[in-house]
Design a protein around this ligand. Structure first.
Ligand SMILES: C[S@@+](CC[C@H](N)C(=O)[O-])C[C@H]1O[C@@H](n2cnc3c(N)ncnc32)[C@H](O)[C@@H]1O
Length: 266
């Protein structure tokens, strides 16, 4: 497993980074609301969130599910439990967190869930896709969100790192905006793609936000084991210089949502 990549999401600062991303996005829409647009979950009784983290996606379900719906979140980081359960319980009485490493198997019966959510997580465990189809009811829905492989490409190029060398790129290429629909179509009869074009724009006065984002992202941008990872201050100085010289830095941040229905058993 890419522990140095997963670790990036463990940080308490994850929510602060999400706020920075929202503040500097050219796309004003909330992708989580875009993902759920038009999906009727009012009759759902059981819902699974794989790689749930601290429940950002469950929070977006407020007003869309009935109180009492059983929401189960699964994540490798046990420390997410308290926040996830508190957030899920705020919208449904019945929330549960399972701390385990997901790979290719789920311990749930066939056709158990009305909906499965996989928000920015399927690239960590793409071998789980057939299992998601198995545990969904025939009229169930998988809502998945992911990033484009082109994200941060300009910054990588400026650092002299080819996408092929980048740890983030190799992770994303397992389930990305570019290949997610094809991956899902192997196990679902219908897949709807909802592109989310976006760019992050930082001007000189945004230096603090920009450096916080770069600091957070650096471990995933560089190849695993890159000696520069041991010198984060030098990289931050380089990033600061880049913004000072250009006056404005634009960062590719396209995402995509895939809505998969008609699950097939393999
Ligand atoms: C980018 S975060 C997304 C979190 C959340 N779904 C959201 O939308 O904010 C990816 C999540 O997947 C979890 N994760 C990564 N690899 C995992 C694995 N093999 N099994 C279970 N969870 C994993 C991480 O701990 C992290 O919480």
């Amino acid at each position: 497993m890419d522990t140095h990549l997963v670790g990036a999401y463990e940080a308490d600062g994850h929510e602060a980074i999400a706020r920075i991303i929202r503040r500097h996005s050219t796309n004003p829409a909330d992708i989580r609301q875009e993902a759920l647009r038009g999906i009727d979950l009012s009759g759902a009784t059981r819902l699974l969130d794989v790689g749930c983290g601290y429940g950002a996606m469950v929070e977006a379900l407020a007003g869309r599910i009935r109180p009492g719906v059983e929401v189960i979140g699964v994540d490798i980081y046990c420390s997410d439990e308290e926040v996830f359960v508190a957030r899920a319980r705020a919208i449904t009485g019945s929330a549960r967190f399972i701390c385990r490493r997901l790979d290719s198997r789920l311990d749930f019966p066939d056709q158990y869930f009305d909906a499965v959510i996989a928000a920015y997580s399927l690239y960590f465990f793409p071998r789980l896709i057939p299992e998601l189809a198995r545990v969904l009811k025939p009229d169930g829905v998988l809502v998945s969100l992911t990033h484009s492989e082109s994200n941060f490409q300009g910054m990588l190029a400026a650092m002299g790192v080819s996408p092929r060398q980048s740890a983030m790129h190799s992770l994303l290429s397992r389930f990305s905006a570019e290949n997610g629909a094809t991956r899902l179509a192997e196990h679902f009869g219908a897949v709807e793609s909802r592109p989310y074009p976006n760019t992050l724009v930082f001007r000189a006065e945004d230096l603090e936000d920009y450096l916080a984002l770069v600091r957070f992202k650096l471990p995933s941008l560089l190849p695993a084991g890159d000696p520069a990872l041991g010198r984060p201050e030098a990289l931050l100085a380089w990033a600061r210089e880049l913004l000072a010289r250009a006056g404005c830095v634009s960062i590719e941040k396209d995402d995509a949502v895939f809505i998969a229905t008609e699950p097939r058993r393999s």
